[in-house]
Design a binder for this molecule. Sequence first.
Ligand code: GLC
Ligand code: CA
Length: 565
Amino acid sequence: MTFDLATASNHLASTSQEWWRSAVIYQVYPRSFSDSNGDGIGDLPGITARLDSLATLGIDAVWLSPFMRSPQKDAGYDVSDYKDVDPLFGNLADFDAMVARAHELGLRILVDLVPNHTSDQHRWFQDALIEIEGSAERDFYHFKDGRGLNGELPPNNWLSLFGGPAWTRITNPDGTAGQWYLHLFDSSQPDLNWANPKVQEAFEDILKFWLDRGVDGFRVDQPHAMAKAEGLPDHPDVERAGAGFIEGEASPPMWFQEEVHPIFRKWRKILDSYDGDRAMCGEAYVLPLTFMAKWVRPDEFNQTFNFRFLNSDWNAKTLFDNINESFEAFDGVGAPSTWVLNNHDVLRHASRFGGLNIKPTDSDGVGPNDPQPDRELGLRRARGATLMMLALPGSSYLYQGEELGLPEHTTLAPEFRQDPTFARTNGARVGRDGCRVPLPWEAGVGAANGFNQTGKSWLPQPDIYAEYSRDQQDGVEGSTLELYKHALKVRKELALGEGSFEWVNEFVGEKVLGFRNGDILVVHNFGHAPIELPAGQIIASSLHQMTNGHPLVADQTVWLRLVVA
Ligand code: GLC
Ligand code: CA
């Protein structure tokens, strides 16, 4: 195992003032954050009522997963009206009230935009179904004739990311079998045809609609999927045929086609034409990071999610390499690196690091019949990981509930599963529901610990969630919530997000990683033996029993202000 310090990355402190370069952005998953009317599904008024708890946490911005009108086949990532709020979550007036309250509290709001596909209930798709082949309406999507004698075979070999073929055949209004339409996700999520200028115009209009309502920007879903290779050719690898890409494979026909870039340049111009400093973060699942960096060139996205970092196993060598790759790639184009350990699609880090060696990419869930993660170990490591992440210069993403140290719901019974992945794979993949369970706020208030007053909950919480409730941690020394609050406060005071980065040679190896951000030394112990630290003042520790002068124990991260001679 080599840790090549000679070629490792350094990063200079940022001189640009844009907020998004160093922001901590908190992802709210609306249906699971807070439920104001007791129907078991979180909503916008519920979020508004609890925004002050996010201001106290010390984050800068909130990204909301989709709340737009949707039949909810993929938890809102299937939009049927981009300019309205789904009645499940409230209405546009509730949205405006939420934005106003957030701005009052100094929090920015980013909304999730889903441009690769619509819901099959969207008017555009419904119109396409009743119109004839080759019509302008059909041209909004990818409709093609099937192969085989009677068109009974799908037009190409592409697979859905949620399992099964990426094509569904329609029935014509007269009852005969018709063309096929493309869906890289569920059959209820037809892919839009981004080569059609009308689709492009429609989305520019949608961007303006939300910008006019005061949003500070967007998180853009699946932007790397939007353009498809001309003629929709077969994927060369028949086995995989596009169900996700393999790093290094020659340009897969459905991912990261060059034609997407001019679209985002246009979007960036639109955002920049508004007052304030609006920003967009693309979920560009493109690796290696030098490739992803093309998406954050100065006139494209402001940020992309650092999936390399998210996919790191918790070991020193992987993190060393991934952090180097991050600075090298993003510094190369003048963009901030982002850092992220959790979102609504991956196993929560407090469970991922619980000794089972699960990568977010290996599995999208753990079910009752799988080996169960070690909760205590997972939380110790998760706290260490977060404290390390929050000292890295750039912008960090947090996902609701991680500030409580919430574990994944790993014993959710099959009858509650809602993620389409579960049904489409006949349960072979349990799916992502385990990280999407409603938050516990006040222990013992209803069956869902204060998520609402009725105890109804679209996914049941596991019993153990009561002990993680926010009220059990608020103001309690050593709690995970207080650790996050403290780290976010110190991060801001010391401007660590805008800071510099360099590895500290004596703390780089298989058992330890250490780096400096200005005069703050950040060290994590990946081994078992305690590690002596240099003289200095501990300003944050992932395990609260740490006091000055004590060695660093297993799984612990500290921030230490070095004594400058
Ligand atoms: C993104 C979302 C995920 C959704 C998919 C399809 O990956 O994060 O939740 O299922 O896109 O829209
Ligand atoms: Ca509700």
